[in-house]
Every structure is written in C-alpha cells, then in structure tokens.
Design a protein around this ligand. Structure first.
Ligand SMILES: [Zn+2]
Ligand SMILES: [Zn+2]
Length: 683
C-alpha cells in the first residue's frame, strides 16, 4: 500500500471530516518552544590518488588515551624545480559532447609548446576518477577502455605506462625530443577504425557540464609533471527521460498559493533538460485548485514550477503523469494544509553537505544549486567541497573559492531559497567536519593539513569569532570515523547521523556505515554528555543534492524548524537543535515533551515530575515502528499504523539530570527518521 492508498483509507473513515490524529498534526506548531535553550552562540594530485584506494580500509576503535593514527600520510613535498618546459603545450578534445554511461571514444590532441619536451619527459592524461569512467588500459586492444597514444613524428618514440590506481596514462618521450608543434594523440576507447567495437571506454554515469580528463607535462624529464594551463572541457549529457519527480512544501495554508516543483530525470537522477512532454496533474486529499496539464517548453530546461492553491484544511499529495506514458509517474511528498498561518516555526528541508567537481564530485557549482532549487525543491542547500582533494585543490586556488562564493550569492533568495557557503575540513586523523558560514563572504579558512597534525581544537581556534558551525559527519566509520574526544558546543550544535556513507547512530544498524567503530557513533557522543542536534545530509558527489543517491543505498536530509527562511533563522534553528534527520524521505516529525521541542532542555524541579512525550508523524510511506530511545536504550516502541500517527508516552522512572530521549522511526520502505534529543536538567 502506498501513501495515497493509506491516506484514502484513513480519510474515508471520517466522512469528509478531519481525523483526530490529523487535527493534531494540523495544530501542532502552536505547541511552541518558548522553553528552548539556545546555545549561545590539490595539494598535488598525488594526494587525491593516494586517498581514493584508502576509502575502503577500516580503522580500529578510537580510544581516548590513544589518539588515532593518521589515515593518510602526506608525502613530503618533493623538491623539484619547475622547468620552463614543464606544463607547456595545449590540448584539444573531440567530440566535446558524450552521453552519460554510454560507450565512448574521446580523442585528445596534445601539441607541444615552444619549449618542446626533452627525452625522459612526457605527458600524462588522468582519466576522471569521478564517477564510473571505465579504467584506461593498454594491454587488450579488444576490451573496454583501450587507450593508444601516437606521435606525429614517429622518430620521437613513445613509452606508455598506465597507473590503474590513479587512472593515469603516461606517454614518455623515449628517443628524441618532441619539438614545438609536434603532437601526441591520446585516444581513450580506441576501436581502431571500428575493428574492435568493445574497446570503447564508458562515460561517467552522471551528466555534467565541464567534465575534464586532466593533463600534466614534464618538459625536462625530471619526473615532475605540471598541469597544463588550460584543460579541455567536454559535456556529459543525460540519458533518456525515465521518471517524473514532484516535490511540494510540507506545510501550506488555506487560500494561499504555493508552488510544486516538477522535473524529469533519467535513470541516474540526471535532469533531462531536453524533455518537452506534457504532464497531467491530479491532487488527492484536500480541495485544491491546480492546472490539470503542464507542458514542458525548451526554456524550462526539464524543470517547472506549478502554482497550486489549497482550498480546505487537511493533507494533500499530488500525482503527476507523463501524457505519453513513457515516463514513470510521480507522487509528491505529503503537504499539510493548515487553516491559518499563525505558527512561529516552519519546517524547511535542507541538504547541508555535498560536493561538485571543484573537489571530488560531479558537475559545476551552478548546476548543483540549480538542481537543489529546481529539482529537489530544497529550502536550504550548502556546497561543501573538500579543502584538499581533486585535480585543482580548493585550498590552493583562491579563484575556485571566489567562483563558489559568486554562485552562492547568485542563488541566495531569502524567503524562497537559502544558500550557504562552506567547505569540508577533510582531516584524515581526527575525522571530517564540514564548516558552514552564516556570512556569505566567508570561504575556506584553514585546510586540514596546514599545519600538519592540526586537530579540531586548532580548527575551532582558527575559526574564532566567525559566524559559523562545523558538523562532524560519517562519524561512526568509513571513510574515517570522528574522534569524539573533541567537542565544542559553540561550533558543533549538530551532528550528521546519516548520508550516502550510511547511518552512524549505533553499532548494528541495518543501514550501518562501512567499517563501524563504536566510539565514533552518535550514541557514543550523546553518552559523553554532548548536546547534539541530529541532522542528515546527502554528502552527494553525483550533482544531485537533496535526492537519494544511486551510488549509495542511503542518503540524508535535515528537517529544520525555523522562524523564517533566512540564513540567520536557519543558523538560529541549527544552534537551537530544532532539527531532525531522515535518510532522504520528507516525512514530517514533531517530538516534544510538554513545551520543550526536540533539541531543547527541559528543566525539572523534582525527580518524580511527570515526563510525557508526544510523537507526531506524517510519513511519506507507511510507518513500520516508532521507538523512543532513552540514554541510548530502546525504552518504548510502537508498531506502525498507516502514514500518520500520534503517540504519547510517559516515563515513570525517577528523572536524572542529563537524561536524554530521542525518537527513531522506521518506515516500511526502509527509510528512517531520527529526532534530535530532549535533555532533562534537574534544578
Ligand atoms: Zn567527509
Ligand atoms: Zn563530504
């Protein structure tokens, strides 16, 4: 049974009225939170090559008295001299457009510059590691990814070497120097004029603008390869339209118009900008006014906004069908239609962690933000590229940092779409944190490896009085756990419990992160007494913020209860921990104890004072189980009953200062929801 069937079953029972549980969801935001306690507050490519094979390695448990060892040891900077001929010459590519996940032949022509290349020097081509390019090989002319390199002057002599780990093809000059104007032709996926059709390469599965294979040149033969000045770009286009996607706001008001986002994606969730079909719309639930048909035009570039007006209170979902029936239909996330807009807090959806091709992700920042706004219909998004990862390292390139800030500014539209500048502090000893700035002119402050041995304390000291937070992520395991000896409530109000890497709640979770380490789990941090709000983020590397990644089974989103859609209000809500995590679904959760909302601290005067907790859920799929977790123990649970549930539960045990309670919900479709905890303080 899907959401609509459940929804109809429930609403049929009530003869057109509003069921009790639904009434509760409709009025809930007036239970506000006045008692909230708010906290006051390339490097060289060699390194990235080194990191990638290490991702699958596990590390042992982290002990307090035994600080973790560096997971990646940086090589000493080699003391090479850059010769005049290093990095010189030009490269062109053809064709400049390929289809995602398709067989491909790409021809790169390197032309030597005035300085030429000495014997012993050469040119290296890195086939992109991101994501899904067939590995280059030079051994089997009839198999996938066969690469050839030929020289315009046969007397030069070429020695070819492939490094599979970095997907690099080195063409070394063997017999006589390569002179100005002479060429080396690299063919990736060389079928030798069609003789070996299976020798083609395979393109990245993700569509993206400005993809590159990266070229470096060693002009003098000392083994030091320098990037050429201009790397040739080509475009990776999406596949055929495969599915419609519809996202709606979680809460709207009677008589007010709101917008749903409709878009068309291929199988890998790439936006199909060329879609020009007709889509029919149908609303289920409350009465609404909406167009019954929408035509996608070229200017829409695959994504449209549709105005809808709600006419009666209740819940609605909207179904969207491609008129030609060639594209899978969509059901929007559930929307609550409330009578009046009088609640001080509103629910916003955010993805606060993701990457573009400015580090190890796919696509350019502009497309990342457009996807977040127009496809995923997020309210808030942050782009957090790695400080030191990728072909050009962000920490070494003020130009890339400025370009990111320009895009953050361009897309920021308070009240409609909030963008946040940030970066990922990719520390390979103590764990990763992404830094998010409330001010938009802030960029990378300090990378993880300068100085070497930097710990989280040094990061926080350096961030100083900047208006920002830093969020530990994939804390419970691979690629590296977080070392919870370090905590700073000013900079760490929330932790990312779920992302593409899996769930870091506890050992034994069915969607656990790889290489789980107990001391890194969120439960271990809570047991230390840390007061952390709980969020999920995508940590998307595929250019699809806010969407479940197909490169991993799990994802993450943050539900944020904020006063308005502005950077200031979002940061206030994060610091007040009025947040919850989902593994990607847009189910609505409220969890409170009397007037203390999730993330808050309830002050009790007596140990036997009653503590009644209320859980309200409106899920986008049937609920399997709701569990209340007290001090990391599952203390009460209730089986699911449809898509909306209200449950009240009282703790009768004597209260202790520091007790904490959070809610874990499992949906039948294997999506999970985690509230932030509520803490108890005794006077
Ligand atoms: Zn990370
Ligand atoms: Zn990341």
């Amino acid at each position: 049974m899907n959401f609509i069937q459940y929804f109809l079953k429930k609403t049929c029972n009530i003869n057109g009225g509003i069921p009790e549980v639904l009434k509760y969801i409709l009025v809930l935001p007036s239970v506000i939170v006045s008692s909230q306690v708010v906290s006051t507050v390339g490097t060289l490519f060699a390194i990235s090559v080194l990191l990638i094979p290490l991702l699958g390695l596990s590390t042992g448990p982290v002990e307090d008295d035994n600080p973790p060892k560096p997971k990646v040891i940086l090589p000493d900077e080699p003391q090479y001299k850059v010769a005049a001929s290093d990095g010189k010459g030009t490269v062109t590519v053809s064709p400049d457009v390929v289809l995602a996940a398709n067989p491909v032949t790409l021809t790169f022509v390197y032309t030597a510059g005035a300085e030429g290349i000495a014997v012993g020097g050469g040119v290296v081509c890195f086939v992109s590691n991101f994501w899904g390019w067939a590995r280059p090989q030079i051994t089997f002319p009839d198999r996938l990814g066969y690469v050839t390199v030929s020289c315009s002057n046969p007397k030069v002599g070429i020695d070819l070497i492939v490094d599979p780990a970095s997907q690099a093809v080195y063409a070394r000059i063997e017999k006589q120097p390569l002179q100005m104007g002479e060429t080396l032709v690299f063919v990736y996926g060389d079928t030798q004029d069609g003789k070996f059709p299976y020798a083609k390469g395979r393109a990245d599965i993700y569509a993206e603008r400005d993809e590159r294979f990266f070229f470096r040149v060693d002009g003098d033969g000392d083994g030091f390869y320098v990037p050429i000045g201009h790397q040739p770009y080509f475009q990776v286009l999406p596949g055929k339209p495969s599915k419609l996607i519809a996202y709606a706001p979680s809460r709207v008001y009677v008589g007010k118009t709101f917008e749903i986002a409709l878009s068309v994606l291929d199988r890998a969730n790439n936006l199909v900008e060329s879609y020009d079909g007709k889509v029919k719309l149908k609303a289920v639930g409350s009465r609404v006014t909406l167009p019954t048909e929408v035509i996608f035009r070229p200017n829409d570039r695959g994504a449209v906004r549709v105005a809808v007006t709600a006419n009666s209170p209740g819940i609605i979902v909207i179904e969207a069908f491609d008129a030609s029936k060639k594209v899978e239909s969509a059901i929007s996330n559930p929307t609550v239609v409330a009578e009046i807009n009088d609640e001080p807090l509103k629910l916003y959806w955010a993805d606060l962690h993701g990457h573009s091709n400015y580090s190890d992700g796919t696509g350019v920042p502009e497309d990342y933000f457009r996807y977040a706004r127009d496809v995923a219909r997020l309210d808030v998004v942050a782009l957090t590229d790695h400080d030191n990862w990728g072909y050009d390292s962000l920490s070494k390139s003020p130009k890339l940092q400025t370009q990111i800030l320009d895009v953050v500014r361009k897309f920021h539209d308070p009240g409609k779409f909030v963008t946040i500048a940030g970066y990922e502090w990719t520390n390979w000893t103590y764990g990763h944190m992404h830094v998010l700035f409330a001010e938009e002119n802030q960029t990378l402050v300090i990378p993880w490896n300068e100085p070497l041995g930097i710990d989280p304390e040094t990061l926080w000291n350096t961030l100083g009085s900047r208006d920002c937070i830093s969020t530990p992520h994939h804390t419970g395991g691979g690629p590296i756990p977080f070392y919870w000896k370090y905590y700073n409530p000013q900079f760490v109000p929330v932790v990312e419990i779920t992302s593409v890497h899996g769930v870091s709640e506890r050992i034994g979770h069915p969607q656990s992160i790889d290489s789980p380490v107990e001391s890194g789990m969120v439960q271990s941090a809570l047991a230390r007494g840390y007061r952390l709000g709980i969020i999920g983020s995508g940590d998307t590397h595929d250019g699809h913020p806010g969407m479940k990644s197909i490169s991993g089974g799990v994802s993450g989103l943050a539900g944020i209860y904020a006063r308005e859609l502005s950077r200031e209000a979002i940061f206030e809500a994060l610091r007040a921990r009025r947040v919850y995590a989902t593994t990607g679904c847009r189910s609505i959760l409220r969890f409170h104890m009397s007037k203390t909302n999730m993330g808050g601290i309830a002050k009790l005067s007596k140990t036997d004072q009653s503590r009644q907790f209320t859980v309200n859920v409106l899920a986008d799929s049937p609920i399997a189980e709701i569990t209340i977790v007290k001090n990391n123990q599952n203390i009460a649970s209730k089986s699911g009953d449809g898509v909306f549930m209200t449950w009240q539960w009282s703790d009768t045990e004597p209260a202790k200062s520091g007790d904490y309670y959070y809610v874990r919900i499992k949906q039948a479709n294997n999506q999970w929801i985690y509230s932030s905890p509520i803490w108890i303080d005794l006077d």
